[in-house]
Design a protein around this ligand. Structure first.
Ligand code: FES
Length: 114
């Protein structure tokens, strides 16, 4: 079971909510299921509106960026240089991710700040 804790000072002070999923879904879908008001626009990894800071908890996880997410984060200056050439690196975070492209697997645990 994946678990995500959303944290945001942008919506009326510190706010956090823990959400759990049983199947891999995007951070954005998880936020919508739990009524977490993440900013969103294109939902295709192109605009960067849904960029969030993700910190993995527990076991080390792979940072798997698709081409859209990698290009958009690079354009926004939010992709670490070490990841610019290869989006498949051990993931210690925190890193910027696009909520519409970041998949939360059943064993993943994240803190998500926006
Ligand atoms: Fe546009 Fe996620 S909503 S990149």
């Amino acid at each position: 079971m994946g678990q995500v804790q959303f944290i945001s000072p942008r919506i009326g002070g510190d706010w956090s909510m823990s959400c759990r999923n049983h199947q891999p879904i995007s951070l954005l879908k998880m936020a919508r299921i739990w009524n977490v008001p993440l900013p969103v626009h294109c939902q295709k990894g192109l605009c960067g509106t849904c960029a969030v800071r993700v910190t993995p908890q527990g076991k080390q996880q792979q940072l798997c960026l698709n081409a859209f997410e990698k290009q958009t984060l690079q354009c926004l200056g939010k992709l670490p240089a070490m990841l610019a050439s290869d989006g498949q690196k051990p993931w210690k975070g925190p890193y910027w991710r696009l909520a519409c492209q970041c998949i939360v697997g059943s064993g993943d645990q994240f803190f998500v700040a926006f």
